[in-house]
Design a protein around this ligand. Sequence first.
Ligand code: ADP
Ligand code: ZN
Length: 214
Amino acid sequence: MKKKLILLGPPGAGKGTVGSRLSVIWGLPLISSGDLLREHLKRGTEAGSNAGKYMEKGELVPDEIVIKMIEEKLTGPLCREGFIIDGFPRTIVQAEMLDTIVDDAGETKVIYLKAGDDFLVERLSLRRVCGGCGKIYHLVNLPPLKEGICDFCGRALIQRDDDKEEIIRRRLDVYRRMTAPLIEYYRSKNILHMVSGEGKLEDTVSEIKKIAKW
Ligand code: ADP
Ligand code: ZN
């Protein structure tokens, strides 16, 4: 059965960390719109350089840029058995597009990772990511074995430019306005499940496994 999981929630709720754990457990690809955009930015593609100016301000990248990137992935061979998406959809337009991109096979579940603003600001300020492989760390709760160095690939950890307090607040604001309406969108389809994003990673992961029953 095709398994399709959408991770919804504010920036810093843990979509990327939880998603990469579930991706290993279920053997499903994790498709992260933020990672895809940062990859394009690094490679200097046209889409990437267009997206960059929105990302550095904490604004949403225009729908058509993101939709094209995601559609390419989701309809490719990698996602034949299903997928986990993190960071997409982020607007109602994107959600409606997603409904038309993805076939009806199997099951779709949406997990909403819930967390409060102060918690999110603190967690994002303490987040570091590997500049090489993208693995996510938290200086207090999920520190690397060796300070400043990725456990997996040995490259340096960096703080994302948009993980500075002022930009974090902007991202939260954009989230409330543009993305939070998706909660109702998926609730009315009866596929929304709410899970706390403030707990321990392992607890969050096992709760999602229980909900999905995959
Ligand atoms: P977070 O969820 O922690 O905010 P992401 O890596 O998902 O981080 O996103 C980083 C930035 O990339 C966003 O602030 C936004 O500019 C852009 N972005 C990512 N996904 C989308 C999307 N689906 N639609 C529009 N912009 C997006
Ligand atoms: Zn790494």
